[in-house]
Design a protein around this ligand. Sequence first.
Ligand code: PLP
Length: 429
Amino acid sequence: MRETVKSEQAFKESNSYFPGGVNSPVRAFGSVGGTPLFIDKAKGSHIYDVDGNEYVDYVLSWGPMILGHAEEQVLEAVIETAKKGTSFGAPSPLETELATWVKKRVPSIETMRMVNSGTEATMSAIRLARGYTNREKFIKFNGCYHGHSDSFLVNAGSGVATFELNDSPGVPKDLIKATLSLDYNDLEAVEEAFKRYPDEIAAVIIEPIAGNMGLIPAKPEFLKGIRELTKQYGALLILDEVMTGFRCDYDSAQGLYGIDPDLTTLGKVVGGGLPAAVFGGKKKYMDGIAPVGSVYQAGTLSGNPLAMAAGIATLKQLTREDYDKMNQKALRLTDGIEKAAKEYNVPIQTTCRGTMWGFFFNEHPVIDFKTSKESAQTYFGHFHKELLNQGVYLSPSQFETNFMSTAHTDEDIDKTINGFKETFRVLEE
Ligand code: PLP
């Protein structure tokens, strides 16, 4: 059994400073129970809590650490950059250097703006779409999460789903009347919405591979259909690739699906583990942003040199071969998990898209938020807790995704599969 005294003490103390003891809700382990791990350090594919327990880490800071933790070249870039100053509030060549990597890897992005978080990126992209089209409504999908800005908190995934909220107090009712939240993978619903409001919808925003209601990929014909409908009705298509960008595949989800969006949002991997995000797309739309256009958007720390350096050091190391290898590891892992579950008669649905992987304790295929919520969430809670005892750290909610990094080894995968087996066995008792 693990010793968790120090984490428990740290949690007790943090509760007197932060609501729920944390600075982002899902970190509180609310849906899985128990004390959240307080982290001391992390290196490569492993993370260590303050009690000295070691875990194979598949949370990877919710996606960014694609090269593993404290990767040498990223560290060196950040340290060397910091020596020259940590923030200027003025342009620096590092911003342009990171932008060249973004454009090379995501060619639909002609011009872009650097921001600090995915929330800022999606919020700004929607404002731009509204400003450009002079329309106010937009379509999103149930169970997708686009950050915590007001307009998106309608049937959202991630922490909003974990805490069983459909929306959030504090969001003006009149504002969210403009948010149309439809079922994922339901093209007919999108068609109906456009027929009903042909001149009022500014944009459709979607996670092309949803990672915030568990991992649920969009059906290719669903995304293609949305692309056609947005064109037909003069609305912008915004692919929210905050999670999938540089993550699911070398070419991100838009390359994988062959979709050319009007705007894209990026976060997580693009900042290499430091706070950076991007929104960008076709120049004709991006020119709507101040100072060229009149849609306002700004940020004191935007384009922060340390975050740019970490992003560059991350992106320039990643090759197509790396993505193939990570995918093979993720496939071997999900295959092993499936076999282990079968051995213990636990109903499971596993999914793997590139370097993203997930599973639902569910007898039936999971295609949207409704079917995701039908998964055995209480069992997941027990499962998560026992798996920690086996030295494996997964996202502490059924509504999140797990990730693979270049640092994960074959031994890590074997240890994880054995950990799943042992956990199924313990829970069967
Ligand atoms: N969009 C997607 C698809 C996300 O997964 C997230 C965060 O998980 C966000 C937006 C919000 O990003 P951030 O947490 O950096 O504000």
